[in-house]
Design a protein around this ligand. Structure first.
Ligand code: DGY
Length: 321
């Protein structure tokens, strides 16, 4: 008998085929609506494999309802939606999708830097709203990217990919990380700084750390006050790394120049969020890895992890804590 699997959203066909060949599956067959919690809780009762997105919380309560579960294959590199320690206690393997989304996410971090610095989305709204009367010397002026200093928080795969792109813009690149890596410094031409110095010296600060108890709220009022008034903050990691209310106040009071955000404390961004009132922030709906090719690769990677574990093979991308 094929192992039973539950898939929490409609996924790309190629990934579904991998699962269908070797598993019996049920799927929440919608693209844009997450599976309701009560449906998920009732669906996991008899399954050995669970294919999840970052929108599903895999916690003790869900695990209690899934006595046969052997693997949670998350279609994301981040896994803060999963209680990995609780899974480990029950012998449940957790996997993620590292590597395949690195370059795509770095592209988006750069897009946000450019858009926030050069006021791209604000300028487009201005034009579409029929406000463009004439060319004027200081109309919609932003700050330069070329030759500026970029501070990267977290020099993992995506941080490194952002650093490589920055060379094309002749940027000076600083980084701060849990561990200093002199080999990488030489390879990428980046300089290490402690956290506070990086914030003080950078014209752009781009965040590339996972969300953990250590990184939660790591950018707040104090850290924002260290940044230059002309600085731009970019976040493509997880919203809760930044204290959103503190950022809103800093942007509102023009204590920093702008921000580019792909992630938020609460997703989807609440319709009454004060961020929506501000013109010096570029807001995107968590699309860092959203290229057609990359999303397909992420789904295939998660499907392969799922199927392997359910057939007694080693997972390709196990998560450990
Ligand atoms: C991830 O993979 O963690 C991203 O946030 C979605 O691609």
């Amino acid at each position: 008998m094929k192992p039973r699997v539950y898939i929490t959203r409609r996924i790309p066909e190629k990934a579904l085929e991998i699962i269908a060949r070797r598993c019996e599956y049920r799927m929440w067959d919608r693209e844009d609506d997450p599976v309701p919690r009560e449906v998920l809780e009732s669906e996991v009762g008899d399954v050995e494999g669970l294919f999840t997105l970052l929108t599903e919380r895999v916690d003790e309560r869900l695990l209690d309802r899934a006595p046969k579960l052997k693997i949670v294959a998350n279609m994301a590199v981040g896994f803060d939606n999963i209680d990995v320690a609780a899974c480990a206690r029950r012998g449940i393997v957790v996997t993620n999708t590292p590597g395949v989304l690195t370059e795509t996410t770095a592209d988006l971090a750069f897009a946000l830097m450019v858009a926030a610095a050069r006021r791209v989305t604000e300028a487009e709204r201005f034009l579409r709203d029929g406000k463009w009367k004439t060319w004027s010397p200081m109309l919609l002026c932003g700050v330069d990217i070329y030759g500026a200093t970029l501070g990267i928080i977290g020099l993992g795969r995506i941080g490194q990919a952002v650093a490589r792109r920055a060379r094309g813009f002749s940027m000076r690149v600083l980084y701060t990380s849990q561990r200093r890596d002199t080999g990488l410094e030489a390879e990428l031409g980046v300089e290490w700084r402690d956290f506070d110095d990086l914030l003080r010296e950078s014209d752009f600060v781009s965040i590339h750390v996972p969300l953990t108890e250590k990184t939660r709220g790591m950018i707040g009022k104090r850290e924002l006050s260290l940044m230059k008034p002309t600085a731009v903050l970019v976040n493509t990691s997880r919203g809760a790394v930044v204290r959103e209310q503190d950022l809103i106040e800093a942007l509102r009071d023009r204590r920093i120049f702008a921000a580019g955000l792909d992630v938020f404390e609460t997703e989807p961004l609440p319709k009454d969020s004060a961020l929506l009132e501000l013109d010096n922030v570029v807001l995107l709906p968590h699309i860092g890895s959203a290229s057609i090719a990359t999303r397909a690769e992420m789904a295939v990677m998660a499907a392969n992890n799922l199927v392997r574990v359910l057939h007694g093979e080693e997972p390709l991308n196990p998560v450990t804590v």
